[in-house]
Design a protein. Sequence first.
Lengths: 303, 151, 108
Amino acid sequence: MGRRRFFASGADASSGGTNVNKKLLLLAAAAVSTIGLARLVQAEPTTDTLEIDGKQMITRAPAPEGYPFKEVLSGWLFREAETRATEADSFSNPGMLAVERGEEIWNTVEGTMGKSCASCHNDASETMKDVGAHYPKWDADAKRPINVELQIDKCRTENMGAEAYKFDSDDQKALTTYIKYQSLGTPVKIDLSQGDMQSWWDKGKTEYYTRTGQLNLSCASCHEVNMDKMIRADHLSQGQVNGFPTYRFNTGGMVSLHNRIRGCIRDTRAEMPKAFSDELMALEVYVTWRGTGLSVETPSVRQ
Amino acid sequence: MTFNRRQLFLLSAGVALAGAGGLTAAPARAEASATDKRISDFAGGKEPGTGKITLAAPEIAENGNTVPISVKVDSKMDGDDMVDSVMIVADGNPNPEVATFHFTAMSGAAEATTRMRLAKTQNVIAVAKMADGSVYMDKKEVKVTIGGCGG
Amino acid sequence: MATPKPRVKLPKKAKAGETIVIKTLISHEMESGQRKDKEGKVIPREIINKFTCEFNGKPVFACDMEPAISANPYFEFNAKVSESGKFKFTWVDDNGSVYTDEAAIEVS
């Protein structure tokens, strides 16, 4: 079945040329047949509930106005039992190691002004409580949305005399995880009425549904059209972001949101936008909105 | 650079498995005999019996990088009824050895849980050596899957 | 890689003769020695190769670890306590470093 669809799409396997082209066609065929196979097997997300340290997590939320699904579902529901159990046990969750590291960084003085995060923000469990659940926000200074990573950089450069973090540095991931963790359990809700957030949401929505790359896939191709189906052995989720930064078994470490989105785009064989670029910030605004009502699960555990 | 069909298959297999925690650099794997030898060495040449030891492992591992496993040996851990050690091997990994748990009278119970890496679908084998020299084993096949999109 | 951080979890109190559950986790990449870098060179192995648990100086549990143990090694095991005291945990790195952690328990 996969092969038939491949030829029907107009791709011509006999176009010969270099062997590099042949390899690409092979990969494209694999992708097309994979998507084709995805239509055959439908799994079901678990009916389990998630409780972390006595706190009930909202993993199913009522859909906001104009939503493509009946319910907003956390990626946790789509994972195997062992993966879900690892997140539910805050001791065995390796992401908590990043939270601890983040706390260390929070209390460490850095930069020319001799301050740490704690110097201004004191106890994060109080001052950062619920804060992460409402990012991205509108940054009136930069006239664009700002997420937790960029907010950290802003504080560092403007208030600490420290350098902005290199994208995906261990410290950036750990500190972002620590701050988002202070919102564990809090329902995600961003304010689209601030500044120009609405137009960035619109831009992000357009991006979400635009096919890109040699494999010609959009976010919606997997996370909306084929949501809940299997792509090879992966159970396709709604592609929510309430758990980022997440501990991935795949990499054995913390994965940031922009890293993951870039990875998805790379896997469509498209050029990856830079982290924190306008393109990815718009997408972050829109995709965060798609998870409205889900609890922040950072640090979540995924495959 | 040209590839014949076999090379292309191995290439894509290698690429696919590279996501599984970096255990496979090449299609090499522990031969069944290498695993058998490890078990035989550990068991002091004795043929392991069944029973007494239970190995728990998922039927399907969501990601080969992190597969939770646990062992439990039915033993009072008291007097003559003592477990000396439990060895875990995997017969499809580049090297079969995974871990060896050492128990003492202070363990209270001969049980242990950890997370391991599996390069591909294979058997995980747990071998218990009792203080009196008797040996028992349990085996579970774990399917290691390839995801749709690694990121 | 930042300095490996251990964390341990066990009950603060127990009854004499009780068998308790201990959980341990340490951050460590457990570089298996199987991976290659962008130039095709093998990334050298660097793992934690041994974990030990002692109580009041006596061995309780130990594990010889191989590269097949996942990153951020996790263990769950048991200990039978008959008196109050201190647990000491050690993790031995291929590079010679030893990481330790301790936890006290009150046994009545």
